[in-house]
Design a protein around this ligand. Structure first.
Ligand code: GCO
Length: 275
């Protein structure tokens, strides 16, 4: 009966072939995603979002206890997840980890270079150790992990690389020179990956968050003056929720972005749209 059928179809109660086909554009069933720095914060939100789209997750971090607890939480949510503990600044450890993942679990289809730290200090007082630590993890770590995974994706003729940049890839503020330099460099590394690897069926892009409610930002959220500044400076008038990054990650990890290369997708509540 057309009327009822049409009504049901309109409300999505009856899923026709076209609807199934439309949804498969973002379906990650059967894909494996390695998300670095994913035991908490944005990395965990990204892992959860990719899992909800069907991906199996390789959780990564340096802290075995945190990783194990997070894996249990995700498994309880029905996520297929394994752990891979390595420090992204240790190239040899990353190579060994990727080799083990692909030998024991499955090929890595999606790499999310999320691992990042902050060590804020006024530039004139920033120590060499503070500079090197942030550059090493936020920029060099992404290079080393992509160098471990990339050649395998090249051999397979397919892969998705998502680097987690920042609004600090475009603008700076006092005390974050190391972080801004690293995230600015990660923006250009993303483009470098795209221009070298797109011909091999690999799409390398980036997501650049604005101000999100994470552990990394807790000191800022709890600072009434800074909190007020973020809400005033962000057109959306608020901090982002980590789960609000998942859509961009699913898009860049799925078939929907097969002709998207070298792009930086700002998920910032409009922060960079105006002054
Ligand atoms: C800061 C913040 C920023 C945000 C985020 C923006 O100190 O200004 O930590 O770096 O966390 O990275 O994308």
């Amino acid at each position: 009966m057309p009327g009822i059928e049409q009504g049901l179809r309109h409300r999505g109660a009856v899923c026709d072939d076209k609807a199934v086909e439309r949804n498969s554009l973002f379906d990650l069933t059967g894909r494996v995603a390695l998300v670095t720095g994913s035991s908490q914060g944005l990395g965990l939100a990204l892992a959860r979002g990719l899992a909800q789209a069907g991906a199996a997750i390789v959780l990564n971090g340096r802290d075995e206890k945190k990783l194990t607890a997070t894996a249990e939480t995700l498994r309880a949510e029905g996520v297929k997840v394994i752990l891979s503990r390595f420090d992204v600044t240790d190239g040899a450890a990353g190579e060994r980890a990727v080799e083990k993942i692909e030998a024991d679990f499955a090929p890595i289809d999606i790499l999310v270079n999320n691992a990042g730290i902050h060590q804020r200090a006024p530039l004139a007082e920033m120590t060499e150790a503070q500079w090197r630590a942030v550059i090493d993890t936020n920029l060099t770590g992404a290079f080393l992990t992509a160098r471990a995974v990339g050649p395998r994706m090249i051999r397979r003729g397919a892969g998705k690389i998502i680097n987690i940049c920042s609004v600090m890839s475009e603008v700076a503020r006092p005390t974050v020179a190391n972080y801004a330099a690293a995230k600015g460099g990660l923006k250009m590394l993303t483009r470098a990956m795209a221009v070298e690897w797109a011909r091999h069926g690999i799409q390398a892009n980036a997501i650049a968050p604005g101000y999100f409610l994470t552990e990394l930002n807790r000191p800022l959220v709890e600072n009434a003056e800074f909190n007020a500044w973020v809400c005033q400076r962000t057109p959306a008038g608020r901090w982002g929720e980590p789960a609000e990054l998942a859509g961009a990650a699913v898009f860049l990890a799925s078939r929907a972005s097969d002709f998207v290369n070298g792009q930086i997708l700002y998920v910032d509540g409009g922060l960079l749209a105006g002054v």
